[in-house]
Design a protein around this ligand. Structure first.
Ligand code: M6R
Length: 630
């Protein structure tokens, strides 16, 4: 929610900020702005350009003339307090226009602070919570400015001590043309370390064009960036020394590479992302059965030790990551014969869950910054659980607070709709479930080897689906105007439907839901009519007869029918039953591995429906990529 950036160095700050904001636009896109200290000279003008609308609106305005200067901050907004408008856009400035602030997060006690400041004569220009921050800094600056040391840092620290809520901030001031102050608490912020230039950004892709050396700020930490070095401070204002970290991602991975949208690019990156996530965790076992047999191993941790006493697994996550957790429930139960509880993180944190400190607790989050997921992790840790995080973001808050991290090696995911993160999360889950199955004796040697063989097929099975994209596009061009799209299936197929329905909702704005096929008759079938497309996931041979009856029921109510099934016997039987307008197939595989492939069809379908409806799939309305606020 909201992207912030900042630059100090030798380049034209306006250009750097705009470029960085383009990489952060997925975090919010209802307004954007920059503040640049003209010419980087003390007492020079602090030039602010900000406006409602997508970043392209700001870009067009800056093309007419952008402020000179080598120090600046920028923001792309996802409105929380105050509607999208020029006035509510960031950066916000104090009454004299000499301090500017960009903010990502929510100031919970802003109303109280507003009264405090109003009583002291401050007139507010916006309806945002953020504006109180800049006025507070100025309030303390007026007291501190004539004292020795760094009055800007001191007044920022004093202002922070009054704030409740979450924030990542960039602060610049007319009196200090040589520095940029950055702060984080419960909202992500990364400091990029360049040569004679330094930067801040909410997310790594915005920094990659300049550097891959970074500091991940911890909660409460403050960075003061100069063009030739960066000082780090703790909450108390004491200097701290820390080694920088290196980010592996390259700048190209955060570009569209000729695809019309990031989402389409990321869908196509799945075979590679799946291989990158899977292959390093498979090694020759050198078992009595001979070298060349594969075994799952985790460099990151010892699963045997982590799970030794566990009688149960608990999974918590949000959105797409939650759907990965639903597949996880079935997969762990299938392979490892262990009970699993899977919960939406935003529910979990409020429901006073029953804990056993030996539970194996798994948190799933692409960004590693989702506020509710982080809260579930913290709750689990408070109650003594050991937490494994499956995440894509090295250095994210969740990766730093979990006891163990299993990284999905998907590369940066920019599109709001999650695709390659989901399928790589599933690979991590399969790896854990199969290995746990071996450790618990639920899988014998033959079953273990067979499961690994199926795992290895996943990347090429994904390639198989991608080859059908023209057929998917043609079908989407016929169906994109359907008022309702319902997904039906059982178990793993139902989980595929849940994720498919979310994809369709978020980027094509079609009302879509997934129903456990057996539940249709208990209510949902009342919704089915000729304006409905029913997508049946029918990948499990043992359940074919059941799902065939369900499809007949919806057909007799006038719905259109698309079936996703497996090649071979299931395909032949469903084709013979003549119950589909269209059948898409996935290569033969065991039931647990069907969602990771079948969902790719629906990622493509949702993408093409979105484009056919004239939407921008990368920037769905009302959504942002990382939900870092509740
Ligand atoms: O970064 P996270 O995986 O924690 O994000 C969780 C959800 O916000 C996310 O999956 C969201 O549902 C996506 N937009 C779905 O495509």
């Amino acid at each position: 929610m909201c992207g912030i950036t900042g630059y100090i160095g030798y380049r034209r700050a306006s250009d750097v900020l705009l470029k960085a904001l383009k990489k952060l636009e997925y975090r919010g896109y209802d307004s954007a702005g920059i503040a640049v200290l003209n010419n980087g000279v003390s007492g020079a003008e602090l030039a602010v350009r900000k406006m409602k609308g997508q970043l392209s609106v700001l870009e067009a305005a800056l093309a007419e003339g952008s402020p000179e200067g080598v120090l600046g901050i920028g923001h792309t907004r996802w409105a929380t307090h105050g509607e999208p408008s020029d006035a509510n856009s960031h950066p916000h400035t104090d009454i004299s226009g000499s301090i500017a602030v960009v903010h990502n997060g929510i100031i919970e006690n802003y109303a109280r602070l507003k009264s405090f400041l109003r009583e002291r004569g401050v007139v507010f220009k916006s309806e945002t919570d953020t504006e109180v921050i800049v006025h507070l800094i100025n309030h303390y600056y007026q007291i501190e400015r004539h004292k020795p040391g760094d009055p800007l840092l001191r007044s920022t620290l004093q202002a922070l001590s009054k704030l409740e809520g979450s924030y990542a901030l960039g602060v610049i001031a007319r009196d200090f043309p040589d520095r940029l102050i950055a702060v984080r608490k419960d909202s992500p912020l990364i400091v990029g370390l360049g040569k004679n230039e330094n930067l801040i950004a909410s997310d790594a892709p915005a920094l990659l064009a300049y550097t891959r050396e970074v500091h991940f700020l911890n909660d409460g930490e403050i960075a003061v960036l100069y063009n030739d070095h960066v000082d780090l401070y703790n909450e108390a204002g004491e200097k701290i020394i820390r080694e920088s970290s290196h980010i592996d991602w390259d700048a190209e991975s955060a570009e569209k590479a000729g695809y019309a949208h990031f989402m389409l690019k990321e869908i196509h990156e799945q075979p590679k992302a799946l291989r990158d996530t899977l292959n390093p965790r498979l090694a020759d076992a050198h078992t009595p059965h001979g070298a060349g047999e594969l075994k799952i191993h985790f460099d990151e941790f010892n699963l045997e030790a982590a799970s030794a006493k566990a009688k149960r697994i608990v999974i918590a996550a949000c959105g797409t990551a939650y759907h990965a957790g639903v597949v996880g429930k079935y997969a762990f139960e299938h392979f490892a014969r262990i009970p699993v509880e899977v919960d939406i993180a935003s529910e979990y944190r409020y429901r006073n869950p029953v804990f056993d400190k030996d539970d194996l607790f798994i948190i799933i989050s692409q960004s590693g910054e989702t506020a509710d997921t982080l809260a579930a992790l913290r709750l689990a840790k408070e109650r003594g659980a050991k937490v494994i995080a499956i995440t894509n973001a090295v250095g994210s808050t969740i990766s730093r607070e979990a006891d163990t991290v299993l990284y999905t090696r998907a590369g940066p995911e920019i599109a709001v709709a999650s695709t390659k993160a989901f399928t790589t999360q599933l690979v991590c889950i399969y790896l854990l479930a199969i290995e746990l199955g071996r450790l618990r004796g639920a899988l014998n040697t033959v079953q273990y080897a067979a499961a690994i063989a199926e795992l290895q097929k996943i990347p090429e099975n994904a390639e198989f689906v991608l080859k059908s994209k023209e057929a998917v596009q043609r079908y989407a061009d016929r169906q994109f105007n359907k008022k309702k799209v319902f997904f039906v299936g059982r178990l793993f197929d139902h989980a595929s439907g849940m994720e498919s329905a979310l994809k369709l909702k978020e980027i094509s704005y079609t009302h879509s839901e997934s129903f456990a096929a057996g539940e249709l008759k208990h209510g949902p079938i009342a919704l089915v009519d000729k304006d409905t497309l029913v997508v049946s996931f029918a990948t499990q041979e043992a359940l074919l007869d059941k799902i065939t009856s369900n499809i007949r029921e919806v057909l007799s109510r006038g719905a259109s029918s698309l079936i996703v099934t497996q090649e071979g016997e299931p395909q032949a039987r469903l084709a013979a039953a003549a119950i589909a307008d269209e059948i898409w197939t996935i290569p033969q595989t065991d039931a647990p591995f069907t969602p990771v492939i079948a969902v790719i069809y629906m990622q493509l379908f949702a993408y093409y429906c979105s484009v056919a409806r004239g939407n921008d799939p990368d920037k769905p309305r009302n959504l942002a990529k990382s939900v870092t606020v509740e």
